[in-house]
Design a binder for this molecule. Structure first.
Ligand code: F0G
Length: 356
């Protein structure tokens, strides 16, 4: 019989800092599909096995739900009345959803005009207080940190260690689904919490004896927002992948540790490479992710062109968020629908010469 899934806190309780007293606030997040790529040989050189960890299948449509079930459960346990975060969109969507469920107030501070429409809609419909600033994510995070020092709000950005604890469970799932750790794990890098969390998760699974080897961590930043690659903060980050439009990541050191301890790489990919990978994943693999998510595959394609991988390598690419969050980019990049009269003969004419 298929075991019911009650969310990642119940599933991985032994690995998480929760007790009998922790009120578990869950939307049954986690248990997301690991899907084997079927057309990858068209874009990646060599005989590799590539899998997509589809985090868009989480309840609010991104990996943030893993961290948020922990952060909000602990905030309730600690008696918080409201939570606050800065966000490029997904953290705010997730914080809004989980605080609604918990009956907590939520305040989200976002860069005006630079978050995808679906994410804004989520924060609004879940009833959080949405504050848009004329500034970027880094400005928003600075303000949030100052507010937390003055007021009694619980911070639910990934500076909150419970966020990392929850997010590390994605690495556990990958190992459970594959039966071992992959040789490489590729991720987009923004505020750098997720790569930090995965590396922690793999390490803990190894220490517990559930896996033997560890993956090499591959992190990819957008070229216009690549502080870790450049080695210094970027004052005016810019990229089409708004989710990772970050110039001074909070978990910078964690990302470098993941890279160095695993023997991995953090490098950058251009917006064109991101959008090409985004279109490929949708049109060839049938998976609709958001542009930032595609930075993981874009990076793998780029490294493969340099002969980085060997035959037989297993690579997991995390697709961090669902494509429906960002309809504008999808519509802009795609062939536009034809507009014709509602006449069968006209439509038949249009269909002549088409492949169907
Ligand atoms: N992919 C998506 C879809 C994201 O929303 C984010 C981060 C990342 C990748 C990068 O993950 O920050 O852990 O390195 N979004 C944050 C937010 C910053 O506010 O939603 P990271």
């Amino acid at each position: 019989m298929i075991q019911p899934w009650h969310g990642l806190i119940e599933q991985y309780r032994d690995f998480l800092p929760v007790s009998e007293k922790t009120p578990v606030i869950t939307l049954n997040e986690g248990n997301t599909p690991l899907i084997k790529a079927s057309h990858i040989h068209e874009v990646v050189q060599g005989e590799i096995d590539l899998y997509f960890k589809c985090e868009g299948a989480n309840p609010s449509g991104s990996f943030k739900d893993r961290g948020m079930t922990m952060a909000i459960s602990k905030a309730v346990e600690e008696g918080a009345k409201a939570v606050i975060c800065a966000s490029t969109g997904n953290t705010s969507a997730s914080a809004a959803a989980y605080s609604a469920r918990a009956g907590l107030g939520a305040i989200v501070i976002i860069p005006e005009g630079k978050i995808a429409m679906g994410k804004l809609a989520q924060a609004m419909i879940h009833g959080s207080m949405v504050i848009q600033i004329e500034g970027n994510f880094d400005d928003a995070l600075k303000i949030v940190k100052e507010l937390v020092a003055r007021q009694n709000f619980a911070l639910v950005n990934s500076l909150n260690p419970f966020r990392i604890e929850g997010q590390k469970t994605a690495a556990f799932e990958v190992c459970d689904q594959l039966g071992s750790a992959p040789k490489y794990h590729a991720l987009p890098v923004g505020n750098a919490g997720n790569i930090t969390a995965y590396w922690k998760g793999y390490g803990e699974y190894q220490s517990s004896g559930r896996i033997d080897g560890l993956p090499k961590m591959l992190g990819f930043q957008a070229a216009g927002a690549a502080p870790i690659v450049r080695g210094h903060p970027v004052g005016k980050p810019s990229t089409v992948a708004t989710a990772i439009r970050i110039g001074n990541p909070a978990s910078w050191k964690g990302a470098e540790a993941a890279r160095d301890e695993s023997g991995g790489v953090i490098t950058d990919v251009t917006d064109k490479e991101i959008l090409d990978a985004y279109a490929f994943i949708a049109s060839k693999e049938g998976i609709f992710c958001e542009p930032a998510s595609a930075a993981s595959l874009a990076g793998v394609i780029k490294l493969s062109q340099r002969g980085f991988f060997s035959s037989g390598d297993t690579i997991v690419c995390t697709l961090t968020g669902h494509g429906l969050k960002d309809p504008d980019n999808a519509i802009q990049l795609s062939k536009q629908p034809l507009k014709v009269d509602a006449e069968i003969s006209v439509i038949e004419d249009v269909l002549k010469g088409c492949c169907i």
